[in-house]
Design a protein around this ligand. Structure first.
Ligand code: PLP
Length: 394
């Protein structure tokens, strides 16, 4: 069997070799990082150096990194009314979020439904700043949660503008940067984020590790999700996943060191891929492609062709050895209609055909060629079938 090609990096990225090595070394350590003996201190030291590396990736201080079990848990920890700052101890009165957030943000954390308000996006998939400003004017101590880049489309949000509006309205800004980190500039200070979520497995770390990062330690959670042994400064109890965290640190260091080269590599291949796609199926709609450079992650292409069902295409491509996904990766294995495309006003017919290709640093030119060959075969079979259905001779 020919080697498979993997175009589903937004669902999860393969483990980086540096992360695999760090994980193996950590697994060999017997100590609990909370123990004071040498074994414990060795485990602690791995966690603290990973904390430095993860902080460095987003321009934060190590002391402000809280390790969690996933990006999902980091989002759940962040979204609470009980966030205190040096000057404001009263609960947040509203959670404002865009309509295109990941399900783990859409769930709203510990905010009651009635306190959550959606902010619409425009047809280009960007949050409507006027709608945000209007919603902010009706709050007194809001928490705003807007993602940096969307997992389905790769479209990048105007976070600096969102931060300015939020701060003027006495609000705090949480940014889900799970898909953005390592793929675009992601400096917390430049973004103006007060809280930022990362997930290890999207940057080449292991699955099941994440982090919530605070802009400063004056941002305090009065009601941590998991209480117990006081780990992570009392904000996330439970013996740390030492191996997972060590791998996260190694992946963050590699992603930071190789950022410019990896982003350029992915963008060059993505350009080739989209040019090929358009040459084979000129009617293909590539979502977010009309925006300027930098308004979409360099590794993501979400496209649809009227009349082609995503399930059919994904299965056919899989049989050709090419792994792609529909817009949203979903835990049940079923293709759900995309709430992201619906929020952008895309028709349900076109939404049903949305196919996502996401690339990574080790994607090769030959992988793109393999996809294009498989796509050529698939689209000519589908158009032959459609001609036959309509009684048109080939
Ligand atoms: N946020 C975004 C934008 C995501 O794409 C994902 C995962 O796909 C998550 C959060 C959740 O991260 P995790 O898989 O670590 O729970």
């Amino acid at each position: 069997m020919a080697e498979r090609v993997y175009f589903d990096w937004n669902a999860t990225a393969p483990l980086r070799p540096e992360a695999a090595r760090a994980m193996q070394e950590a697994l060999a350590l017997p100590g609990n990082p909370s123990s004071i003996h040498a074994e414990g201190r060795a485990a602690r030291s791995l966690i603290e150096s990973a904390r430095e590396n993860v902080a460095h990736l987003v321009g934060a201080r190590a002391a402000d990194v809280i390790f969690t079990s996933s990006g999902t848990e980091a989002n759940a920890l962040a979204l609470t009314p009980a966030i205190e700052t040096a000057t404001e101890k009263r609960p947040r009165d509203k959670l404002l979020m865009s309509a295109i957030e990941h399900a783990s943000v859409r769930a709203g954390g510990r905010f009651p439904r009635a306190a959550i308000e959606d902010i619409a996006v425009d047809a280009d998939g960007r949050v409507k700043l006027a709608a945000l400003a209007d919603a902010l004017s009706r709050t007194s101590r809001p928490l705003v949660s807007i993602m940096l880049a969307n997992n389905e489309t790769g479209i990048v949000q105007p976070i600096a503008e969102v931060a300015a509006l939020t701060h003027t309205a006495n609000g705090l800004l949480h940014v889900d940067a799970v898909q953005a980190a390592g793929r675009m500039a992601c400096d917390m200070t430049a973004l103006g984020a007060d809280l930022l979520t990362l997930s290890a497995h999207k940057i080449g770390g292991a699955k099941g590790v994440g982090a919530l990062i605070r802009a400063s330690e004056v941002i305090h959670f009065a009601d941590p999700l998991i209480r117990g042994g006081g780990q992570e400064r009392g904000l996330r109890a439970g013996t740390e996943n030492v191996a997972g965290i060590a791998a996260f640190g190694a992946a963050a260091a590699a992603a930071h060191a190789q950022f410019a080269a990896e982003a350029a590599h992915m963008l060059a291949l993505r350009t080739e891929l989209e040019e090929g796609l358009r040459a084979i199926t000129p009617q293909a709609v590539i979502f977010g492609a009309a925006g300027a450079a930098g308004e979409r992650l360099p590794n993501t292409t979400l496209f649809a062709v009227e009349g082609v069902k995503a399930e059919t295409a994904i299965i056919a491509l899989d049989l050709e050895g090419v792994a792609v996904s529909s817009g949203a990766a979903c835990s049940s294995g079923k293709v759900q209609p995309s709430h992201v495309l619906a929020a952008m006003g895309v028709s349900p017919q076109l939404t049903r055909g949305a196919i996502r290709l996401s690339l990574g640093p080790s994607t090769a030119k030959t992988d793109v060629e393999r996809f294009l060959n498989a796509w050529r075969k698939l689209s000519s079979a589908l158009s032959k079938r459609s001609r036959e259905r309509h009684g048109i001779a080939a």
